[in-house]
Design a protein around this ligand. Structure first.
Ligand SMILES: C[S@@+](CC[C@H](N)C(=O)[O-])C[C@H]1O[C@@H](n2cnc3c(N)ncnc32)[C@H](O)[C@@H]1O
Length: 214
């Protein structure tokens, strides 16, 4: 995607391509660069944390089903679990969120209850998280809360990923992200940060990836 696009062009594109949020293009770019989600037909289990309104889940299910509605169907043993405090938007899913290959847990990803519900459906090949706290405008507090979420996500990566699996998580820059990156390095063959083009210019969010769970 060219850099000259205005930030709101991502939202217009999302609407045109029937996604509830522009954030889908962040995942798309990371998927294309790091090959996170396999093409149609290959069995795959993934976990989407902080999933609402549902663009990342929709992108994954569409890719696994070979298109928008999925005439070809999702491989029988492929599965996507998603969780969020808020419900998913049903505006564009065309029944994909009703498929047996998908389950949504409404809850706080930091709690034992939600963790148990999600981990019992694993192990996963990919744990991805776009979870972010509702920002308060106080960078120090926002960053701390984001880091707390990132640490919770890392635990899913630690306990819920199969060997060789990958993890993507969002974090606000500014806190002890060096400590987070160090832990990712310990758990994965490759650890790196990446800021997709669709991130708003003024945003201090970035993504950390762990590739190849040891
Ligand atoms: C940027 S949105 C995710 C957008 C989503 N990836 C998409 O493409 O539609 C961040 C989400 O993180 C969720 N979130 C924040 N804290 C959470 C928590 N503790 N547990 C579960 N979800 C949380 C919010 O409710 C919000 O829906």
């Amino acid at each position: 995607m060219a850099n000259y696009e205005k930030p709101d062009s991502w939202s217009l594109r999302a609407r045109k391509e029937a996604y509830p949020a522009r954030s889908v293009y962040k995942l798309k770019e990371m998927d294309e660069k790091f090959r996170l989600i396999p093409p149609l037909g290959r069995a795959f289990r993934a976990l989407d944390l902080g999933a609402a309104p549902g663009s990342w889940s929709l992108y994954t299910l569409r890719k696994l089903s070979g298109g928008r509605g999925g005439k070809a169907g999702i491989a029988e043993d492929s599965f996507l679990a998603a969780a969020d405090l808020s419900p998913l938007s049903r505006q564009y899913d065309r029944g994909l969120f009703d498929r047996e290959n998908f389950c949504f847990v409404r809850g706080d990803i930091r709690t034992e209850e939600t963790r148990n519900a999600l981990l019992s459906r694993g192990p996963y090949r990919l744990v991805m998280s776009d979870a972010a706290p509702a920002t308060m405008g106080n960078r120090q507090i926002d960053t701390l809360r984001s880091l707390e979420l990132a640490e919770a996500v890392l635990r899913y990566g630690e306990e819920g990923l199969e060997r060789g699996g990958s993890m993507v998580l969002k974090v606000f820059q500014g806190g002890d992200t060096a400590g987070l990156l160090k832990k990712i390095r310990e758990l994965f063959e490759t650890a790196r940060s990446f800021k997709p083009a669709a991130c708003r210019r003024e945003s201090f969010e970035t993504y950390y990836l762990g590739l190849g769970r040891r």
